[in-house]
Write a protein that binds this ligand. Structure first.
Ligand code: HEC
Ligand code: HEC
Ligand code: HEC
Length: 104
């Protein structure tokens, strides 16, 4: 199952090289986000910043909406969104930036 997922991800990644979509059609994915407010992940802004499919798939996130579960304790550098949102590659997941991801 895992192998199939990886092979699929690679095939899709290859098919989309040079494309400007990070979720199909440059769409967005929305997460509930608890009491901090919902989080909208925008595929297009991420692709525009030069992120490639395999920077995120399949190691960090599945190519399936609604599979990511992230608790407050997962908001650490090097994990999930924090792989890049560590204050170096992209803005950190600290008090100053909660509202950059969470909208009430
Ligand atoms: C910066 C990270 C990132 C990049 C780069 C990225 N994705 Fe995603 N992608 C995500 C996240 C996060 C989700 C949502 C996963 C979830 O909801 O569990 C997602 C979801 C998806 C989905 C499922 C959408 C749905 O409606 O079910 C597909 C398909 C997908 N991505 C394909 C791609 C392809 C193809 C590329 C390259 C062109 C790409 N992604 C690049 C982070 C990324
Ligand atoms: C592969 C690296 C990478 C990953 C993984 C990643 N991001 Fe980003 N993200 C970036 C970069 C680069 C920017 C540009 C902002 C900056 O330079 O600080 C950005 C910008 C953003 C922005 C501001 C622009 C916009 O789209 O509104 C939001 C919000 C955001 N990311 C949310 C997320 C969320 C939520 C996740 C996890 C589901 C995530 N990101 C995972 C690299 C990443
Ligand atoms: C890079 C984007 C990003 C930043 C910055 C960020 N978060 Fe989140 N946060 C997320 C995502 C994605 C989720 C997952 C939402 C879900 O699963 O419904 C989440 C979920 C949460 C949840 C809900 C966890 C749960 O168990 O339901 C809380 C609480 C939360 N964040 C607090 C914060 C606080 C406080 C800050 C600032 C210190 C912050 N977040 C900064 C992306 C971010």
């Amino acid at each position: 199952m895992k192998t199939i997922t990886i092979i699929l991800a690679i095939l899709i990644a290859v098919a989309f090289v040079g494309n400007v979509m990070a979720v199909p059609g440059g769409k967005t994915v929305e997460f509930a986000g608890g009491d901090q407010g919902k989080v909208v992940f925008d595929g297009k802004t991420h692709a525009d910043k030069g992120n490639k499919c395999n920077d995120c798939h399949p190691k960090l996130f599945q190519m399936k909406k609604g599979t990511l579960k992230m608790t407050k304790a997962d908001h650490v550098p090097g994990k999930l969104c924090g792989t890049c949102h560590d204050g170096t590659k992209a803005f950190a997941q600290d008090e100053a930036n909660c509202a950059k991801c969470h909208k009430k």
